[in-house]
Design a protein around this ligand. Sequence first.
Ligand code: CTP
Ligand code: MG
Length: 243
Amino acid sequence: MAAGKSFNPGVVVVAAGRGERAGVPEEGPKQYRPIGGMPVISHTLSGFVEWAGASAGIVVVIHPDDEALFRDALSHVRQADGIQFVYGGDTRQQSVLNGLEALERANPSHVLIHDAVRPFFDAPLIERICAALKAGDNAVLPAIAVADTLKQADAHHMVAGTVPRAGLFAAQTPQAFDFAVIFDAHRRAAAEQRFDFTDDAGIAEWAGLGVRLVDGLADNVKLTFRRDLAMADEKLSQNLIAD
Ligand code: CTP
Ligand code: MG
């Protein structure tokens, strides 16, 4: 981190997706479905509130149709008064950009950008990420070494080859950045009509930034399919019994 610059991170939580892979649209967007007795996003936001390090604030990016669901989810979060929301866009990338625009007013030094549907991050993970920012990295990515053997298949589900997994990592969030640097990269990508980035580290790479890997957390899964939500609910119910 540049000398004399104070560490004043903000958080953007993206929650404007429609959750198509989770199916069952009548149960609503996955980020508002209950696990362990409250909406997924309530767990996620509680994690950031408990961390207490987001000195520039927390901005949640929601879908305009979800305002009532979001307000209900906030009612489960203690000390939710500092949490703001803005509307998202058609892609995750656009939703992040809307969140960055809202956060800019708080003059953050850095930003942590997180998927609402990853409720299981923990404080040590956030600390690893912040330590890298404080050490001067402009872009930090938590990731896990790929454990499974990877196969490439053709359109007929016939294996076309084995991909060597050495040096391959699965990316997680929160991904964290120098605020001005990632905001500029996002705006440049949009100006160049590049809307195909599925994560923010991808935009940082495109912009030529060095992206630092830190150890991710196996539990920090992205709830994508209905079975992920069922497993998350099960896990939290067992924890409650164990307490
Ligand atoms: N997201 C968003 N705005 C979008 C698309 C996604 O804010 N236009 C958010 C989602 O709400 C989620 C995160 O980005 O918290 C990760 O995206 P993903 O898991 O792909 O969620 P969805 O896009 O909702 O799901 P799907 O791709 O299955 O439709
Ligand atoms: Mg998606």
